[in-house]
Design a protein around this ligand. Structure first.
Ligand SMILES: [Zn+2]
Length: 312
């Protein structure tokens, strides 16, 4: 186990990444014309968090694999639960009978994602320094890795043109513009909020998106997978309902049932944001709660069964 977590190759990677992170932090601060001492502080934070993030993420995945004897089921469960895209890739590969991913691949992905998240979090100094490792950061590079993987992709997509805002240590990133699924809609993955317009801390939209940051931190893979699962389950019923109904269109039914009535969104909209859609497709709170229970009970059972099958 120690030789797995403290492999020389991994530390060479962390060292090179940290050196680049240090230069990135220094360059960014000098570009902002920060005083030199502040630039050094930022560079140091960027470098150390990149090492920490990479090491923590890689160790977390390494331990999970170890506890399941590196079994093929563990590889599948971890790649879906903590990185999402490799899970889809591995499932596709297995469908054609050619398993693709090995334990070292997942540990490599974890090292890359964790280092990148650490670099971004250090560069923009988003976490409150409480204790040796900010708790929000610790969660983001372990339990919350599925959201953080997509968050890292948002950073890459938004870096040049997204307009990263300076909100201080609020444990989230806010891009004024950047990646979006629909114009006028913000989207959040991990701790990264994209396409927020001018809606800063204190605004209704910001509060809504921070709920998604929190959901990822508390529920980790369960949040990411059930958010997508809910959409998949309701897509066809919504399409059929929209086809038959007179008071709303197919597009409204799909947006309403898959998105606005999604329990994770119902929760977030209770806190902030405005549901701008034909009210005929919106459920009452009672209906939303009933469907949420009917959805989450079997899903939770399935999740426990899968975890027991892999690690039990
Ligand atoms: Zn939302």
């Amino acid at each position: 186990m120690p030789e797995r977590l403290f492999a020389t190759g991994a530390f060479t990677f962390f060292g090179i990444f940290a050196a680049l992170a240090f230069l990135t932090g220094l360059g960014y601060s000098l570009y902002r014309r920060d005083p030199f001492s502040d630039a050094l502080t930022r560079a140091w934070e960027t470098a150390t968090m990149s090492i920490l993030g990479g090491f923590l993420a890689r160790s977390f995945i390494g331990v999970l694999l170890f506890l399941a004897d590196d079994s093929p089921n563990a590889i599948l469960a971890i790649s879906w639960g903590f990185f999402l895209w490799p899970g889809a890739l591995e499932s596709a590969a297995r469908l054609v009978g050619e398993p693709l991913l090995q334990p070292q691949h997942l540990m490599g992905i974890a090292a890359a994602v964790g280092s990148f998240v650490g670099m971004a979090d250090g560069l923009w100094q988003v976490h409150k320094c409480s204790g040796p490792i900010p708790f929000t950061f610790l969660i983001d590079v372990t339990w919350g890795l599925a959201g953080s993987t997509n968050g890292a992709l948002f950073h890459i997509a938004n870096f040049i043109w997204g307009g990263h805002e300076q909100d201080g240590r609020k444990s989230g990133h806010r891009y004024k513009s950047g990646f979006r699924l629909k114009s006028g809609f913000a989207v959040t993955q991990g701790s990264v909020m994209s396409n927020m317009g001018g809606h800063g801390p204190g605004s209704s939209l910001y509060k809504h998106e921070m709920v998604h940051v929190l959901q990822n931190r508390i529920f980790g893979p369960l949040f990411v997978l059930t958010y997508l699962g809910w959409m998949a389950v309701w897509l066809l019923p919504a399409f059929l309902a929209g086809l038959i109904a007179k008071s709303y269109t197919i597009s409204e039914a799909i947006q309403g049932w898959c998105y606005f009535n999604n329990p994770w969104e119902v929760w977030a909209y209770k806190v902030g944001g405005y549901r701008n859609i034909n009210a005929a497709v919106l459920w009452s709170t009672t209906t939303a709660v009933v469907f949420a229970v009917l959805f989450f009970l079997p899903v939770l059972g399935l999740a426990i069964w899968a975890a027991a099958a892999v690690w039990g």
